[in-house]
Ligand binder design. Sequence first.
Ligand code: UDX
Ligand code: ADP
Length: 454
Amino acid sequence: MTKILCIGAGYVGGPTMAVIAQNCPDVQVTVVDINPDRIAAWKSDTLPIYEPGLLEVVQSSRGRNLIFSTEVDQGIADADIIFVSVNTPTKTFGRGAGCAADLQYWEKTARQILENSTSDKIVVEKSTLPVRTARAMERILHSGDGNVHFEVLSNPEFLAEGTAITDLMDPDRILIGGHETETGQAAIEKLASIYAQWVPPEKILTTNVWSSELSKLTANAFLAQRISSINSIASVCEATEANVDEVSRAIGMDSRIGAKFLRASVGFGGSCFKKDILNLVYLCETYGLDEVADYWRQVVAMNSYQGERFVNRMISAMFNTIVGKRITLFGFAFKADTGDTRESPALTVSRQLLAERADVVITDPQALVNAAKDLNEDAVTYEQDPYEAAKGAHAIAVMTEWQQYRDLDFVRIHDSMVKPAFIFDGRNLLNHKELHEIGFNVYPIGKAALTHLE
Ligand code: UDX
Ligand code: ADP
């Protein structure tokens, strides 16, 4: 029986392993983490992350061929294939601070693998890592006495949070990068045979290690670039009489452009986009490709600008002062259907509103615990019920496209708010015409405002 170990039970490791275990009953999958609370949560029915459909998948295999544990060393010793999906945040200190990846958790893991291995292993990079990290991984693994053979593969994960289970069950492609040696090719085949149990063979793509690592960064950079591009056009729409939804639709019907990822918003968030683009930027700078670095850096700059622009529009609409005004954020997660708040635009918007001395109230169906951790701010009120959160507010700002916000009773909400009541829809989620008829002053993204003000 093939034994798989995954080191790191986070947003990537947890769902990915659950889906492998469900589809491969003949493979034993163990997921380990240094955080005992996380492991305890994976063993319970209150999973540590919110992801639609995940609990059912976990329950279908847990205790059969899916095991959660804190025994990292034992897990390494037993495994044939080790997935590494520990966190690789952006460095906050020293060389490359704010840009390069912080590889300390990853390197500790590599050394731990070396120390605990007595049989040959395939080591799979699952976390997004800078290009050529596999080389560093190999150097550490090969620094031992040489009795054990390690084959390093890159197998980046393309799942998006909120749709992780369907993305994993029916992926656009599985990418496996390995060395062009005999052992490298054998390792690729072994990993491919696991995915082949539920993924059609034509969707399993194999490349060299470096192409695989670079493809992951490139995919995320391209996706983020589309959002920054449409958001840049949204600002032009607000200045003219164009409507960004109409522009998106018109250009998306061009089959060369395609319709996806053209939703204008207050900005992209999440653990990947900014981090991966900055990794790409750092890589380019390292190779002296400064113009290329500047090109990609601008995608991130555009995203920060979009958030600032949103807050500026709020302040100027609300008579150039928001001091002491109650402003309710609808949603704090970086997108709908997740409790994840990493790099959420709501975070930067909240901080700017607090700097302007507004009274910030936050409501979110899944992300309030993470929001409170991130903001660590006594001046903020957290309220699960959107009606309570909006009571007495001067303005509502939609930060996350939770579908349930569309079905709220906005007449009731309007009645409970201070007048004139404002809605700033950072996701173009709500029915703006209807809200305007109720009496709201409505400010969408990339469209003219609908107001009752002179
Ligand atoms: C992303 C990639 O999609 C995934 O392939 C990769 O493995 C990890 O990074 P994720 O961060 O989970 O996934 O979410 P994604 O759906 O890509 O959304 C990222 C951000 O962009 C969110 O804040 C989302 O709200 C925003 N977005 C997305 C827009 O503002 N407009 C769009 O049209 C699409
Ligand atoms: P991602 O979104 O990439 O999955 P997360 O932060 O959700 O990132 O998950 C990474 C997980 O890796 C965390 O639960 C963290 O505790 C775990 N981790 C970090 N370092 C180690 C290590 N040396 N051994 C085991 N687990 C680790």
